[in-house]
Design a protein around this ligand. Structure first.
Ligand code: PMP
Ligand code: GLN
Length: 384
């Protein structure tokens, strides 16, 4: 009856855990969304545009001022030289951008290289497009690649490589030398890189995020994906970016036009304004998140948990086994939300094979009182 990819597809772990948190009134450190409402100026601009602005179809590729603002933003923060009008398309979130990329670039039988842990949207979409996944597995705590790993998954049939950086859920940033190695493989195999860089604005401890598109040979073969929802900490705002050379953009925009066609114009106008007027926000956000990460990490350590380093994203991971908890991640998470009022995400959900079962992911983009109460409840959940 239905397409086999969807016949037994489980509901995403984010929705499952948030649903359980809603039903039980639990503190939700599972799905990644901030407690705070996002920058006021950007929200006021969206409201003003909804009331006084233009609310009919915007141009299919997005408001010109937003495409140009995104190009300026990426020039300033990442040294990229994108032509806003020719090389940026606005999508309804990064999720739509990923779908448009897979639909327009994968033909049945094409091999697609992906790295575990995998963001949940990738595999079902790649398979629905007829792609054949070739999975490389990154191991905690460093989640690095090496040459042998790439040699095992690249082949003459490799069409696409999917990179997530900073990595959700590992909370790592890819090392420059790993990006350089991946770029070499992409060039040698004439492969296109789809780079899900939605967490680009959240590199902690003064780290500098580097886009794969900036590496030798990658400018013309990279599809860079961003998310205003992450840039402005308003995850419900589904405004995303597809950035690519015109040769690729024609196909990407072709897919986008029959997925959503356009994205609400008031949100687009607000994001355009925000990109040009948020120097302080982009400086403060990672600093505030770093402080929240430290508060959660210190609280967990004091409660006897072993915490993995977190260099980016909203997330940190706890090693249950190293914390003296002899329970699988998924079992721990179900027990914690049902019996102790605290939601977390089991990392095994991000692996198709060879899943570690000793890690859980926690979101630290929360107020201090939420984090403190979360630690208290997790401490109570320690004893099965
Ligand atoms: N990719 C990754 C790695 C993400 O973490 C997320 C959202 N959390 C997305 C894509 C989707 O972004 P959006 O909400 O803009 O669709
Ligand atoms: N990216 C968010 C997370 O990792 C969730 C997004 C979603 O629920 N689709 O928690």
């Amino acid at each position: 009856m239905v397409h086999p990819v969807y016949a037994d597809l489980p509901t995403t772990i984010f929705e499952v855990m948030s649903g359980l948190a809603r039903d039980t009134g639990a503190i939700n450190l599972g799905q990644g969304f901030p407690d705070e409402p996002g920058p006021l100026g950007v929200r006021e601009k969206a409201a003003w545009e909804a009331v006084h602005g233009y609310n009919q179809y915007p141009p299919m590729r997005g408001l010109p001022e937003l495409r140009e603002a995104a190009a300026r933003h990426y020039a300033k923060f990442q040294g990229l030289d994108l032509d806003g009008l020719g090389e940026v398309t606005v999508t309804s979130g990064a999720t739509e951008a990923l779908a448009a990329a897979f639909l327009s670039l994968i033909s049945p039988g094409d091999e697609v290289v992906l790295f575990q842990p995998l963001y949940d949207a990738y595999l079902p979409m790649v398979r629905r497009c007829g792609g054949v996944p070739r999975l490389a597995t990154l191991q905690p705590p460093h989640f690095r690649i090496d040459r042998a790993m790439l040699e095992a998954v690249f082949s003459p049939r490799t069409k696409l490589v999917v990179l997530n950086n900073p990595v959700n859920p590992a909370a790592t940033l890819w090392a420059d030398e790993d990006l350089a190695l991946l770029a070499q493989f992409c060039v040698a195999h004439d492969a296109i890189a789809v780079c899900d860089e939605v967490w680009e604005q959240i590199a902690l401890d003064g780290r500098v995020f580097r886009p794969l598109m900036g590496f030798p040979g990658m400018r013309e073969r990279t599809v860079k994906i961003g998310s205003a929802g992450k840039m402005f900490a308003m995850t419900g705002w589904k405004v995303g970016f597809l950035c690519a050379a015109p040769r690729l953009m024609k196909a990407l925009a072709g897919a986008h036009q029959f997925l959503t066609f356009t994205t609400p114009p008031n949100l687009q106008a607000a994001v355009a304004w925000g990109l040009d007027n948020s120097a302080e926000w982009f400086e403060r956000m990672p600093r505030d998140l770093q402080r929240s990460r430290d508060r959660l990490a210190d609280g967990l350590a004091a409660a006897g948990f072993t915490v993995l380093p977190a260099a980016g994203t909203y997330f940190l991971n706890v090693d249950l086994a190293a914390s003296g908890i002899d329970e699988r991640d998924a079992d721990f998470c179900l027990r914690a939300v049902r019996e102790h009022g605290i939601a977390a995400i089991p990392i095994s959900a991000f692996y198709e094979t060879d899943a570690p079962t000793n890690l859980i992911r926690l979101c630290f983009a929360k107020r201090d009182d939420t984090l403190d109460a979360g630690v208290e409840r997790l401490a109570r959940a320690r004893i099965p």
